[in-house]
Design a protein. Sequence first.
Length: 116
Amino acid sequence: QVQLVESGGGLVQAGGSLRLSCILSGRTFNGYSMGWFRQAPGKERGLVAAINYGGDSIYYTDSVKGRFTISRDNAKNTIYLQMNSLKFEDTAVYYCNTQIGAIFPWGQGTQVTVSL
């Protein structure tokens, strides 16, 4: 069974940091570019950051540039999102999946709540 499991979210004050992890089970990354997505209440899910299989091509949405860092460990079928200088507007449920096409079934996500 293919499954994505996100973890590492929580409640943090503005300016704080969190590190999210996403583990893929039942498959390997198989060369896919992977991304972190987020969905805030009342908004559509959108791409936050993405990384290609080799880790040498990285994308960030403008609002997180300089604050978030995406990385991956292909041997562990895991991707990470280091989030620093968190802002209230980063509050959302965070998900991972392939950058294009969301090939794997969506996981339950991990809630990130940033308090003022």
